[in-house]
Ligand binder design. Structure first.
Ligand code: NAD
Length: 367
């Protein structure tokens, strides 16, 4: 083998590239590599957007290449920090122009909850794949509109469910699916933290769509579904409010809720903005149990079962998430636990039912 062919093959270049003159082969190398990386713009350069950007530095399949923000000074700072070219910077008035930008494949929507729907639909209309933060929308109706818009535009809609790629979570899920805990009949999900600044958007119903349930309670809803491996058929819920000044009408402070599943399993969950260190999943079956604490924080996640602790290296959740999402979008990879719009919608249907149960005191059927 001649040395050029040897070099190209070692570099993993296709026979197409090998048959090209050397300079063209190098550009084919470039193209092939570029083609395998999801080029992402982040919309909403706040605290979580920053966390995702930092985590993406270690991604192998996803790259931060653009930003959408209403604050010019933030755009400038991000350009410096992440080497983002001016042609990939947009604001909320002109981001529809992203449709003419061939260097951006997907937009990660990380804005306040009530903006997820309009922003995601705007991105879909611009022909770019949508990755949207949780909760996907304020309610199931909005979620359905987002799914329809992404379908019509022929783009993916993925929800930022980082736990669906976390190693210890996946091990517990694998054990549950393999029947290692026997018939799983009980799940407990505790999700909460003490919220600070009363003026923040999370305590503004118009922007948050509710209170703790929209923000942190969704982890227990989602966790109950992936830990038990089935969909609930009924919901009951109760609200407790100790501070009606901070938690105004329509902004829930604490909600306890229960879900019933077709197998006979039940889930008992708590969502709160008034207690810290509340981040625990417990799954019990006829033959064993799994306990995770912390269960959905940024980690490291701790998990043990009746057989002992689950060991796995901690990898920054958002790094794994973005690499896996690139594989879903670029290679059609099927994740073990779905992260698509339909998955987001299932949680929103339950959120709607929980709020209805709080309002009416009734047991809400989901079938
Ligand atoms: P944040 O307040 O830190 O950031 C929100 C960003 O949106 C800010 O940069 C803000 O300027 C921008 N924005 C655009 N339009 C706005 C408007 N009209 N009003 C207010 N802000 C506006 O919030 P965050 O903590 O980054 O949360 C953003 C989203 O990410 C939320 O949906 C939240 O649920 C989600 N989130 C997910 C995780 C996770 O682990 N998956 C963690 C934190 C937050």
């Amino acid at each position: 083998m001649n040395s050029r062919r040897d070099f190209l093959q070692k570099a993993g270049i296709s026979t197409l590239a090998i048959s090209l003159p050397f300079s063209e082969a190098l550009s084919a190398i470039h193209l092939e590599r570029e083609d395998k990386v999801l080029r992402v713009a982040i919309m909403g350069l706040g605290s979580y957007g920053t966390r995702v950007a930092e985590a993406m530095k270690d991604c192998k399949r996803a790259k931060l290449v653009g930003v959408i923000s209403g604050t010019p000074s933030k755009i400038e700072a991000w350009q410096q920090k992440y080497g983002i070219p001016a042609k990939n910077c947009y604001n909320y008035e002109n981001y529809h122009l992203i449709k003419d930008n061939p260097d951006i494949d997907a937009v990660y929507v990380i804005t306040p909850n009530s903006l997820h729907k309009p922003h995601s639909i705007g991105v879909a209309k611009a022909g770019k794949h949508v990755i949207c933060e949780k909760p996907m929308a304020l309610n199931a109706e909005e979620g359905r509109e987002m799914i329809a818009a992404c379908k019509a535009a022929g783009v993916h809609l993925l929800v930022g469910y980082r736990m669906h790629f976390e190693a210890k979570t996946l091990e517990v899920v694998k054990m549950q699916r393999a029947g290692e805990f026997g018939k799983t009949l009980f799940f407990q999900g505790l999700s909460g933290f003490m919220i600070g600044d009363p003026t923040q958007w999370r305590l503004n119903r118009d922007l948050a769509g509710g209170g703790s349930m929209m923000d942190i309670g969704v982890y227990s809803i989602n966790g109950a579904r992936y830990m038990l491996g089935e969909e609930p058929i009924w919901v009951t819920a109760q609200e407790v409010k100790t501070d009606p000044v901070k938690f105004k009408q329509g902004v829930d402070e604490t909600i306890t809720f229960q879900m019933g599943f077709p197998s006979g399993a039940v889930a008992s969950c708590l969502s709160t903005y008034s207690m810290n260190n509340l981040d625990k999943f417990f799954l019990n079956g006829t033959k064993g149990f799994a306990e995770m604490q912390p269960s959905t924080g940024y980690g490291p996640i701790q998990a043990k079962t009746n057989k002992g602790p689950i060991e796995a290296d901690h990898v920054t959740h958002q790094t794994t998430q973005m690499d896996e999402m690139a594989a879903i979008i670029l290679d059609g990879k099927k994740p073990i636990i779905p992260v698509d719009g339909e998955e987001g919608l299932k949680d929103l249907v339950i959120v709607d039912a929980i709020y209805e149960a709080v309002r009416t005191g009734a047991r809400i059927s989901l079938i």
